[in-house]
Ligand binder design. Structure first.
Ligand SMILES: NC(=O)c1ccc[n+]([C@@H]2O[C@H](COP(=O)([O-])OP(=O)(O)OC[C@H]3O[C@@H](n4cnc5c(N)ncnc54)[C@H](OP(=O)(O)O)[C@@H]3O)[C@@H](O)[C@H]2O)c1
Length: 221
């Protein structure tokens, strides 16, 4: 039975990943800021990805385990609709700490259990709005830049660890009906996660370090 660890499993896309993998018979390790918010299957651990002690404590709790799949899903949008001359730099810092440094911290802390597993996969939930090539509308400086930077950091990670068999993927979940995506988003979390699971399932070494949509299409950087 493979094992998956999911960050931000309290709600939205993370909760749906936990539900679907549990239904499929995987062992699920959920990580949430407040473990009391998790109502799915499997075990739950406290994790605030912006807090080095919290990330280290999770790493210690699962040291010696084999984690086939790590899904770095936790993320925030930050303040919306700020023009370039009214940016909130404290908020920008917090978004970078959550969306960029958080997943990298978690990846470093859990690399041992992932590398000890059979599948050795690390997935990072990015966003198409982090694609420079796809940016035709401007704005969203804070969120966009956090995901663009995540893409670059994960690309380096994939190159640095490919010789050890690690498979990294950057995935865009689609525009999804969650607290972040809002009610008018195009797809529900069930559809998004089912699509991403298919992409993850068939990913091999040749896909490592690449950026895919939830439907399997590759996205431009
Ligand atoms: N929804 C979309 O349309 C969409 C599109 C593109 C990309 N994404 C990405 O998909 C991922 C999931 O988004 P979502 O739509 O499911 O958002 P969501 O419904 O707002 O859920 C966000 C999750 O991240 C957790 N989280 C936030 N800050 C955290 C921290 N410091 N430490 C640990 N957990 C933290 C939240 O925990 P709490 O419950 O404790 O707040 C929650 O579980 C994010 O990375 C997001 O950027 C979403």
């Amino acid at each position: 039975m493979p094992t998956v660890l999911i960050t931000g499993a309290s709600r939205g896309i993370g909760a749906e990943f936990a539900r679907q993998y549990a239904v499929d018979g995987w062992r699920v390790i959920a990580a949430c800021r407040d473990p009391g918010d998790y109502d799915g299957e499997g075990e739950v651990h406290a994790l605030d990805v912006t807090d080095g002690d919290s990330v280290a404590a999770l790493g210690q709790a699962v040291a010696g385990e084999k984690i086939d799949l790590l899904i770095n899903n936790a993320g925030i949008y930050g303040p919306r609709n700020l023009s370039f001359d009214e940016l909130d730099y404290d908020a920008w810092s917090q978004v970078l700490r959550t969306n960029l440094m958080g997943p990298m911290r978690v990846a470093a802390s859990l690399a041992g259990p992932v590398m000890a597993s059979q599948q050795k996969k690390m997935v990072f939930i990015s966003s198409k709005v982090g694609s420079i090539a796809d940016n035709s509308s401007g704005g969203s400086y804070i969120y966009r830049s956090s995901k663009t930077a995540l893409n670059m950091a994960v690309k380096s990670l994939s190159l640095d660890l490919s010789g050890k068999g690690l498979i990294t993927l950057l995935l865009h979940p689609g525009w999804v009906q969650t607290d972040m995506g809002g009610a008018s988003a195009l797809i529900d979390a069930v559809t998004s996660v089912a699509g991403m699971r298919a992409v993850i399932d068939r990913a091999d070494a040749a896909d490592s370090g690449r950026f895919f949509n939830y439907d399997g299409n590759e996205l431009p950087w």
